[in-house]
Design a protein around this ligand. Structure first.
Ligand SMILES: [Zn+2]
Length: 539
């Protein structure tokens, strides 16, 4: 056989990236990330790919350290103890740090990749290819079936950045060399920016003039929030601040943790200096404060400062707040709430719509075509995107057919479907509906999907609890949560009315909870116009 690929996550969605490969001698996996919860998932931590039905993989290869590529790895290690992980150095540090805080002990083998090594797994050969992205140490993975001379390049997150100064340029030389050994090839590539009107993705280096302008302005303190994992952005912010005689403070757990992980991997250039809060004088020093939480999450440092709830930093009109980031779809409201609060404190705000201070980590069409021309695949499958993006990507690649490969085959596949390279055929998984992402909450525990409905009902209309003793009388006043009655007398009226209902329904040794539940819901609907969840307990 050649090999088969099955996305377990990462298509028809942005997040929970995970690809299963079946080779002649077994299985391998690439990445295992989380999906951030939708707004109506009620305080759920995250979702993970449903890998409960997959066979044990020989290895898992990690492309880079973003949460949507490593965030679910601990769960996979719990499912398959002693799993052998191969990861880039920076991602390996982040994985180790994450595993330390996992609520349960994990058994695993973590190997840091050697760039020039070819790894053998499941009867296939795996080679790492350096790419550019928005976190250091990002790679695409090349797969070769040595017996048939067929292969694939999997590159879920990348851009092409010839101006990069803090990381090596996309290693097209290695990619071309791997491609030249194949008789037939498949490309699976990033669809994130396929709909973007900006075709050439901005380089991190191009942001430096904007930062220079801001840090050389008269602002006493400049607060900057960005994605904490974007180490190169952080370095550029620190260096331009230092050149403008500013002292830099890292503020918030996430920026500090990522910076420390970057230090541990020698990714921070010599001469870079950051200060602790107690090492600076807020009255006399010019400051740059790099703040965690650019998505405005509820407990984030960004939100705390914006809402004037931080004990140390209070914004005023001599400061400036810079958003060197963009909103992840779904977070727009949270961010605009923060911006409004900053405006109320008369602090000027600069966003990426005002100046060139944010660059995407994903390929625009120009970058995608550069990749396409360097690899020249026979088969193309779009990945890392919602359904609409995948369709668009497929259609656009088909327009390249005449230019590069007249026999090019394109396919869109869905999570849990399998593409058989030998047969050039997609097999649909009939049980895909039962393999929806797993919901994780609390201490990294799985949450029953059905219970989301219960949470929704409670949040929609509140909860009423009624406890009845064996004589058929209320044990104590009915308990209501999340319900506002029209007046204070209504609580007494409710108690009285419900007591009567219970008496009316009471017959010795009989449980009438269902009847009472229905009648209470009906009664409350007359008063408040909503039907809360009602729980009736007989003691
Ligand atoms: Zn990424």
């Amino acid at each position: 056989m050649t090999f088969k690929i099955t996305p377990i996550g990462g298509v028809d969605q942005i997040g929970s990236n995970m690809l299963l490969l079946e080779g002649p001698n077994g299985h391998s996996v690439i990445d295992c990330g989380i999906l951030f919860p939708f707004e109506d998932f009620f305080n759920i931590n995250y979702l993970i790919p449903n890998f409960t039905q997959i066979p044990r993989p020989d290895h898992i290869f990690i492309t880079h350290g973003h949460e949507d590529h490593i965030g679910a790895l601990a769960h996979l290690c719990e499912h398959f103890p002693d799993l052998h992980i191969i990861a880039p150095p920076f991602a390996a540090t982040l994985i180790k740090n994450k595993f330390e805080f996992y609520p349960r002990k994990l058994k695993y083998k973590l190997e840091v990749l050697t760039y020039d090594e070819t790894y053998t797994s499941a009867g296939l050969e795996f080679d790492y290819v350096q790419v550019n992205h928005s976190i250091p140490d990002t790679y695409g993975i090349h797969i070769t079936q040595p017996k048939t001379g067929q292969g694939a390049f999997y590159v879920s997150d990348f851009k092409v950045d010839p101006k990069a100064i803090l990381e090596p340029y996309f290693d097209f030389k290695k990619l071309q060399s791997l491609r030249s050994q194949l008789s037939e090839s498949l490309l699976m590539a990033d669809s994130t920016n396929i709909t973007s009107s900006q075709h050439k993705t901005t380089s991190e280096t191009e942001l430096i003039p904007g930062f220079n302008d801001i840090f050389n302005s008269n602002y006493k303190r400049v607060f900057v929030t960005t994605f904490s994992s974007n180490i190169h952005r952080m370095i550029n912010i620190i260096q331009t601040s230092m050149q403008a005689n500013r002292k830099v403070i890292l503020y918030g757990r996430s920026v500090k943790n990522y910076f420390q992980a970057a230090m541990d991997n020698n990714l921070i250039p010599e001469g870079i200096k950051v200060f602790d809060i107690d090492e600076v004088n807020q009255k006399t020093d010019l400051l740059t404060v790099i703040v965690s939480g650019c998505q405005g999450d509820f407990r984030s440092t960004f939100r705390r400062i914006a809402f004037n709830q931080d004990s140390y930093f209070k914004l005023n009109e001599s400061d400036c707040f810079v958003l060197s980031s963009k909103s992840i779809p779904g977070n727009e409201k949270k961010i605009s709430l923060c911006l409004n609060q900053i405006a109320l404190q008369h602090c000027p705000v600069i966003t990426a719509s005002d100046m060139l201070i944010h660059a995407s980590g994903h390929a625009g069409k120009t970058d995608l075509e550069t990749l396409f021309s360097n690899y020249n695949p026979d088969i193309f499958i779009p990945i890392h995107g919602e359904s609409f993006f995948l369709e668009r990507h497929q259609k656009w690649v088909e327009t390249l057919r005449g230019k590069y490969n007249s026999k090019l085959l394109t396919e869109v596949i869905h999570n849990h479907d399998t593409f058989d390279f030998e047969l050039k055929k997609v097999t649909t998984n009939e049980n895909a509906e039962d393999l929806a992402p797993l919901i994780i909450h609390g201490n990294a525990l799985e949450f029953d999907r059905e219970n989301i409905k219960e949470r929704r009902k409670i949040s929609d209309a509140g909860l009423v609890s009624i406890v009845i003793n064996k004589d058929g009388v209320l044990k104590h006043d009915i308990f209501m949560t999340g319900i506002t009655l029209p007046s204070t007398h209504d609580q007494d009226r409710c108690n009285e009315h419900i007591s009567k209902l219970i008496k009316k329904n009471h017959k010795k040794n009989k449980d009438h909870s269902e009847q009472i539940r229905i009648e209470v819901r009906r009664y409350l609907f007359q008063i408040i116009g909503e039907k809360p969840i009602v729980r009736v307990t007989y003691l």
